[in-house]
Design a protein around this ligand. Structure first.
Ligand code: ADP
Length: 161
């Protein structure tokens, strides 16, 4: 039986923390969908298409990874894609409360969809898209946080604002 995973997130923009999780997830699942959220209540720096395109470029080498844009509940998407599990990452304890709330809510909504957590790598435990955007805003060096293509697009996006 094929194991299908779904990794939902904002990826605004994708960081090495996300990419580490994607790589590890692609080894655990036979097929891993990454869904780029497009929640109208959230403010993103990059459009959903831009976030998807960056993910596409950064995951080129992973043949069992597929990226989609989604504006529905992750459990509904998981059901639609026949995914066995939703994959999420955990960094510090600060992630825990929110992730537990989400996982329990999702189980209530659809008990057939499991949520699986992967612990961040130590070196990425402080890394988030918001921190990267903040450092970039002030012209800081973000080369150890995101791939070159993300770095370039982030700086040009900030310049165009
Ligand atoms: P969301 O808005 O859904 O939280 P994010 O793009 O911020 O979207 O994060 C998507 C998922 O990736 C979350 O489960 C988050 O905890 C995880 N994640 C983000 N950064 C890291 C990191 N540095 N290491 C491990 N997991 C991470």
């Amino acid at each position: 039986m094929n194991k299908i995973g779904l990794y939902p997130g904002s990826f605004d923009p994708v960081t090495y923390g996300h990419l580490d999780l994607i790589k590890r997830g692609s080894q655990v699942f036979d097929h891993l969908y990454i869904s780029v959220s497009n929640n109208s209540n959230k403010r993103y720096l990059f459009s959903a298409e831009e976030r998807r395109d960056l993910l596409l470029e950064c995951t080129k080498g992973l043949s069992n990874v597929e990226i989609i844009i989604c504006d529905k509940l992750s459990v509904d998407l998981a059901e639609e894609l026949q995914a066995n599990a939703i994959l999420r990452g955990l960094r510090a304890v600060t992630d825990f409360d929110y992730e537990m709330q989400m996982a329990l809510t999702n189980r209530q909504l659809n008990p057939n969809v499991e949520t699986i957590f992967m612990m961040t790598r130590k070196e990425y435990s402080f890394l988030s898209s918001s921190i990267v955007k903040e450092v970039a805003q002030y012209g800081g060096d973000i080369s150890s946080f995101v791939p070159k293509v993300v770095e370039e697009r982030l700086f040009s996006k900030i310049k165009s604002k």
